[in-house]
Design a protein around this ligand. Structure first.
Ligand SMILES: Cc1cc2nc3c(=O)[nH]c(=O)nc-3n(C[C@H](O)[C@H](O)[C@H](O)COP(=O)(O)OP(=O)(O)OC[C@H]3O[C@@H](n4cnc5c(N)ncnc54)[C@H](O)[C@@H]3O)c2cc1C
Length: 434
């Protein structure tokens, strides 16, 4: 759908003081607002400008379906996070609610607008960052590579299976020696008769181990095709193939409820038609990354919303010096600052969705949104953690999990610095990094 113009909902601000105390829904045991009774997933305070009040149809259905997973995911996630366990039952819940499409057009599934897809990512990250990242990896990166750059046969074979989580997929770009400069990747796909033979290493790959398929980005070695020779292309590599091995990355203190892997490929043979035919250079890889960058901004917004809501509730519940924290001027100013930061991030996301819908979103506009929103989320989470005092570091109160998870968003899909350098290049008219 076309993002609707901002139409504030009937929040009754004339009769009720604008603030968490006046409008917050009932709370869960950890101070978390429960789903709104009217089915609208945000309170009038959290959606302060009513930016998302015009969402309708399949977008609204998907957003509500994501919101409805709040309780079942929260009931399981801290345990999974603490144990660094990837909870497949929760991934299944996402698929059952048709939340693994990220706006892609997959027959038999909801077709979401950029706004609807963004709201789903926001909502999942509002619950938990690992589950938000599942959407980003499975749909945003893996399925999108095939949808944008694959043949019709590849799309028919893989997209329905990925959207239903019948198959779990990865996007394998980053290498041990090439992160920010992934354009210089060293994995090679050498043409040998009717096969490609792939050799190289990939690091940090979500769903890269013990899953089904990886879209592997490799440099083509095929002198019979001068246009493709030396260029980066994408290859659909099934993870059970000989020569493919992957170890889980251990000791991770962010996004602990999704696994990333270090992949080694030693002469993995795939048929010629495993190559994504429209992936002819790194520019095409960039098309996928640019499309998902805004998703990271939406994910960061979800984290910020969660932290703000928990802190606002806690400030009302916690009494010190004989009165609720929320009755202190300093605390109210801090909550107001957090909300202003949050609304700024909402405006970035909303506008990026409008531009995307109009087909005019540039990759660097998405970079700016990613930088702004991850910084906003870090700031709101740090304030929230402090406002909770000592219990702010307890997993049961969630803020510390969000705070840790935001660190991964700050880095993945292009670090804060690299995205800022992309914006800087547009301002200065000259690249400072490549
Ligand atoms: C949890 C997690 C999940 C991930 N999932 C995936 C995935 O599914 N698939 C995938 O392919 N990749 C994935 N990644 C990889 C991610 O995209 C990279 O970590 C990221 O691009 C940064 O690369 P790097 O870690 O090698 O850092 P580096 O590139 O080594 O950067 C280190 C620091 O140097 C800075 N820096 C780099 N170059 C410059 C410069 N020219 N000027 C100034 N500063 C600079 C960076 O901003 C950063 O602060 C994931 C990463 C994480 C942490």
């Amino acid at each position: 759908m076309t993002p609707a113009p901002a139409t504030p909902g009937p929040v009754g601000r004339d009769s009720a003081p604008a603030g968490p105390a006046a409008t917050a829904p009932p709370t869960g045991s950890a101070g978390r607002p429960l789903p709104a009774a009217d089915g609208y997933p945000l309170s009038p305070v959290t959606d302060y400008y009513g930016l998302f009040a015009g969402v309708q149809g399949e977008d609204l259905e998907a957003w509500q379906a994501a919101h409805a997973l709040t309780e079942p995911i929260l009931a399981r996630i801290n345990e999974a996070w603490e144990a660094a366990e990837y909870p497949m039952d929760l991934v299944r819940l996402l698929a059952d609610s048709d939340l693994l499409t990220d706006g892609l057009d997959i027959p038999g599934h909801r077709r979401l607008s950029p706004l609807g897809a963004g709201l789903v990512t926001m909502e999942m990250s509002r619950i938990d960052g690992s589950m938000g990242t599942v959407v980003g990896v499975q749909a945003g990166l893996c399925a999108r590579s095939i949808a944008l750059l694959g043949s019709q046969e590849q799309k028919d074979k893989w997209l329905p299976a990925l959207a239903s989580a019948e198959k779990l997929g990865a996007f394998a770009l980053t290498e041990p020696d090439h992160g920010s400069d992934s354009v210089a990747l060293e994995t090679v796909a050498r043409r040998e008769g009717d096969h490609w033979v792939i050799t190289g290493e990939k690091k940090w790959i979500g769903n890269g181990a013990n899953c089904d398929v990886s879209v592997v980005w490799a440099r083509v070695d095929d002198e019979s095709d001068p246009q493709l020779h030396g260029q980066v292309s994408g290859f659909i590599v099934e993870q059970h193939l000989d020569g493919y091995s992957a170890d889980l990355i251990e000791g991770k203190l962010s996004l602990r409820a999704i696994h990333q892997a270090h992949i080694r490929m030693d002469g993995v043979r795939v048929p010629l038609d495993a190559r994504l035919p429209e992936a002819r250079s790194f520019k095409d890889t960039g098309r996928v990354l640019a499309a998902t960058r805004a998703g990271v901004a939406w994910g960061a917004l979800g984290h910020a919303i969660a932290c703000f809501e928990i802190a606002a509730q806690y400030a009302k519940d916690r009494t010190q010096f004989g009165r609720p924290l929320a009755k202190s001027q300093h605390v109210q100013v801090r909550l107001a600052d957090m909300l202003q930061t949050l609304v700024g991030a909402q405006l970035h996301c909303f506008r990026v969705a409008q531009l995307d819908e109009a087909g005019t979103l540039t990759p660097v506009q998405a970079s700016m949104a990613k930088v702004h929103c991850t910084r906003a989320a870090r700031s709101v989470a740090a304030e929230a953690r402090d406002l909770l005092g000592g219990v702010g570091i307890l997993l049961e109160n969630q803020v510390i999990r969000h705070m840790a998870d935001i660190e991964a968003l700050h880095t993945y899909e292009g670090t804060d610095t690299i995205q800022s350098l992309l914006v800087g290049r547009e301002i200065a008219g000259v690249s400072a990094f490549a």
